[in-house]
Ligand binder design. Structure first.
Ligand SMILES: Nc1nc2c(c(=O)[nH]1)N[C@H]1C(S)=C(S)[C@@H](COP(=O)(O)O)O[C@H]1N2
Ligand SMILES: [Mo]
Length: 403
């Protein structure tokens, strides 16, 4: 299991639990009976044959995605998936501008704009504030949007300090409506004939930014952030697509207008046709909160039995169904539960392999609000003209009977 959560412990109440899994905060905050649930989860992860490739042999997909064009971003290889928490070296990376290498002692975070009490923080000062941890499945909004780009997703354990508490300390003025997160990376843009150099930036409403799950993050999987993932500080916004999770954060600014930077208002904008009676309404929306998603990750074969393994994320996952050859949906079993609505689940479904030959396998997740992952033919996906937010059902092909 890729060096994660090796040891289980047996508690006085005979419950087997995995102490490694439970961080200090989880012990303190969740406490009591909740620990039981967590401890079972910890061991489930360890025991789940689900993603352990030594359990049975891997049956390769008949059509491997061509990742040639995008391989430089360290995409997740679904068939290799064997760890619920993605090891740091396996995290995919996306950067739109340069990738700054920042020295800790030459860096600080400025929090200002329409605030009563502008503050500047060193990394040490942020580290000395109360710690908060989030296990979060971060997916690039472009994931699944074009051929070969299906592994831009990771589930890591992020540590930092509460954004809301920092915003409280600076005191947002009544006139403030928008929180802009500025990255240190920059690039040249041409806007209506003007060539300018611009920093990466994203924004949120104050209400969204005050969500208690958002953290100013300085560690991943208990290590300092690697340069590629935003050292020394990034925003971690559980429940939001990757683009909102600004890396190499250098400033947080409160403003009194909506912010319309490239990554809010020009790029990462979804264009979708909506039919209202006979009329087409073209809806443009800024990529924001994640949508329910799932993929079949791999198929294993053990003593003549096939098992389809997959992951689901993007919302609170209520159930996952699998269809073989476009036939009836069959419920999958959850192998590893979510830690929160923001982490992924692993699921599996046993299958006899059908008649020898080629078959298709499609997965479909449903969230706690009853939202169903749409089919690719669903107008919600089919009438979308841009590649972001492509959470349509994924169908993969496999050949059985010749192993
Ligand atoms: N400063 C900065 N932050 C950024 C980006 C960027 O280009 N610059 N890319 C965003 C996008 S589009 C994604 S998908 C995630 C990827 O995070 P990762 O590289 O840690 O996997 O970072 C986001 N944060
Ligand atoms: Mo992204």
């Amino acid at each position: 299991m890729a060096g994660y959560r090796q040891e289980c412990y047996r508690g006085g109440d005979n419950t087997v639990y995995n102490q490694d899994y439970l961080t200090r905060r989880e012990w303190l905050v969740r406490g009591g009976s909740a620990v039981l649930g967590l401890s079972l989860l910890g061991c489930e992860i360890e025991e789940q044959a689900g993603f352990n490739s030594t359990e049975g042999s891997l049956v390769p997909w008949a059509s491997a995605p061509d990742t040639g064009a995008v391989s430089q971003v360290n995409l997740l290889e679904w068939e290799q998936l064997d760890s619920w928490v993605t090891p740091t070296s396996d995290l995919f990376q996306v950067g739109h501008y340069n990738r700054p290498v920042i020295q800790e002692n030459e860096w600080n975070l400025e929090v200002g704009g329409l605030v009563e009490n502008p503050l500047t923080f060193t990394l040490e000062e942020l580290r000395s504030r109360p710690q908060q941890e989030e296990i979060f499945t971060l997916e690039c909004a472009g994931n699944r949007g074009f051929s070969g780009f299906i592994g831009a997703v990771h589930n890591a354990r992020w540590t930092g300090t509460s954004l809301a508490s920092v915003l409280q300390d600076v005191g947002i003025k009544d006139s403030g409506i928008e929180v802009v997160f500025w990255g240190s990376d920059s690039g040249e843009e041409e806007i209506r004939g003007n060539k300018i150099v611009q920093h990466f930036a994203r924004s949120m409403s104050i209400q969204d930014a005050m969500d208690s799950n958002l953290i100013l993050c300085y560690a991943v999987n208990d290590d300092p952030l690697p340069n590629a993932h935003g050292f020394p500080l990034r925003l971690i916004a559980p429940g939001w697509y990757g683009v909102a999770n600004v890396k190499w954060l250098k400033g947080i600014e409160i403003r009194d207008t909506r912010f319309m930077g490239r990554f809010m208002a020009r790029d990462y904008v979804t264009l979708r046709e909506e039919k209202v009676g006979d009329e087409s309404v073209w809806m443009e929306s800024s990529v924001g909160r994640t949508r329910i998603n799932s993929v079949p990750a791999k198929v294993t074969l053990l003593e003549g039995n096939y098992r389809v393994h997959g992951a689901a994320w993007g919302s609170s996952v209520a159930s996952v169904d699998v269809s073989v050859d476009g036939g009836p949906w069959r419920p999958a079993e959850i192998s590893v539960s979510q830690d929160s609505p923001y982490s992924w689940t692993f699921w599996h479904m046993d299958w006899d392999g059908g008649s020898p030959g080629e078959h298709t396998i499609t997965s479909r997740a449903t969230d706690a609000g009853g939202r169903v992952q749409p089919a690719t033919a669903d107008p919600f996906i089919a009438l979308k003209k841009t590649y972001w937010e492509s959470n349509g059902q994924l169908t993969r092909r496999i050949v059985t009977g010749d192993q």
